[in-house]
Design a protein. Structure first.
Ligand SMILES: C[S@@+](CC[C@H](N)C(=O)[O-])C[C@H]1O[C@@H](n2cnc3c(N)ncnc32)[C@H](O)[C@@H]1O
Length: 407
């Protein structure tokens, strides 16, 4: 057994001692012992616990791979997440004002992807075990909304009914205003009798909607979501912000950045999380790669009250970014790309001279890269608001404000 002093937390949430040696579930300043397996420490004993060490609130934490940071105080996790963004910016020689982090409460995740496996006698649903492909049951998960936990039983019954023993089911369960919206993928095609049984299962569990391999089996009630009072019905498994609190925090930040603008473009618009509420104040053009999500957004706008004009476009913004000349008539831009960021689109934005840009990101590294390109083009990064809607995980989400100071 060797003794190590943990110096910092790495990007995956592991404690890191000089070497580097990676020690899962340890914290900075802790002395730990363990046996080295390559650059990872195994059989870890914490000899001097950090004052920031807390009892994990969830009893699945030790075995479940869903959360990485339940052994750390909220204050430490908050500081670490903000630090991740500061470091990413610093790598490009950038810094800015950071607003206090906004963290979603426990049991507020309204969407989860459960894994389900059929075994010889029955089935099991939950999350993957830590660093493993094995599915473990997580009936007392403290991360997801309590109502979502019923989705575990639905996932197990679906696996029993239709999954092969070779393949795992991925079951996306979303809590909508109409109840649970369940979409399972990874199973074999279902014949007619299985479809009838699935419809019965939706009835028994009072689901709003059930989808199997992208085919809607039954919609018993529309799985409605409300974006600041504007109702939409998303396609199965569509992107939504992970918690209502996170969505509100991001929307408030975005609205602040673009307030006063009369014409706004929303890039990577999804089902209209930002575009639809912004239409209460401005004309909005929404651009998104998924045709189904664009249709959802359009329908939400048609059913909304007192909204200005919303136009939309299905477009791949990686291959075919909105060009600078198409952007130049706009007052403000909202951009919320996936983890890869928006290199090509930011290249066009940098040449377009839009006064205000609200950039929402789920990846500090690509955000910092894109921020550097905007700053080179004459923008100032006014502030960053870190929003933690992936509590206890290593995910970091943020909203930010850019203002054009020189063209
Ligand atoms: C982080 S989500 C944000 C969605 C929306 N702004 C929201 O808050 O609900 C990113 C969105 O980008 C879309 N997307 C992914 N790749 C894209 C691409 N190449 N071009 C355009 N949209 C893309 C996804 O479908 C998804 O809706």
């Amino acid at each position: 057994m060797q003794v190590f002093k943990i110096e910092r937390l790495g990007h995956q949430g592991d404690g890191i001692a000089p070497g580097p040696v990676f020690a899962p579930m340890t914290l900075p300043d802790e002395e730990v012992s363990g046996s080295l397996d390559g650059d990872r420490l195994a059989d870890i004993r914490v000899l001097t616990p950090s004052p920031e060490r807390v009892s994990p609130p969830c009893r699945h934490f030790k075995s479940c791979g869903g959360c990485q940071l339940q052994h750390a105080s909220d204050a430490l996790v908050a500081e670490w997440k903000v630090e991740m963004v500061k470091q990413a910016l610093d790598a490009h020689g950038l810094s800015t004002h950071f607003r206090p982090i906004i963290t979603s409460p426990a049991q507020s995740r309204r969407r989860a992807v459960f894994s389900a496996r059929r075994n010889r006698k029955s089935a099991l649903a939950g999350f993957h075990a830590r660093a493993s492909n094995q599915v473990i049951a997580t009936p007392n998960c403290k991360l997801v909304d309590r109502a979502l936990l019923a989705g575990l039983r639905v996932s197990e019954r679906l696996a029993e009914l239709c999954a092969s023993r070779r393949n795992e089911l991925n079951v996306t369960v979303t809590l909508s205003d109409g109840g649970l919206d369940v979409s399972a993928a990874g199973g074999p095609d279902a014949d007619r009798s299985k479809l009838v049984e699935m419809a019965g299962l939706a009835e028994r569990f009072d689901l709003a909607r059930l989808t199997w391999n992208n085919e809607i089996i039954v919609t018993r009630r529309p799985p409605i979501h409300s974006f600041a009072g504007i109702e939409i019905v998303p396609p199965p498994s569509a992107f939504l912000q992970a918690t209502k609190e996170g969505e509100t925090a991001l929307r408030d930040a975005v609205q602040e950045v673009v307030s006063g603008a009369k014409s706004i473009i929303d890039l990577f618009a999804g089902c209209g999380t930002f575009a639809l509420p912004l239409a209460a104040q401005a004309r909005v053009h929404a651009v998104e790669a998924s045709h189904d999500m664009v249709q959802t957004l359009n329908k939400g706008w048609r059913n909304g009250n007192d909204l200005r004009q919303v136009t939309s476009e299905t477009r791949d913004l990686f291959r075919n970014p909105v060009r600078a000349d198409e952007l130049s008539y706009l007052d403000a831009c909202v951009i919320d790309p996936p983890r890869a960021g928006a290199r090509a689109q930011v290249h066009e934005l940098a040449r377009a001279s839009i006064a205000r840009i609200a950039y929402v990101s789920c990846n500090p590294r690509t955000f910092a890269r894109d921020a550097a390109a905007l700053i080179d083009a004459g923008y100032e990064l006014d502030w960053v608001q870190v929003v933690d809607q992936f509590r206890w995980s290593t995910h970091v989400e943020l909203a930010s404000s850019f203002t054009l100071t020189s063209a």
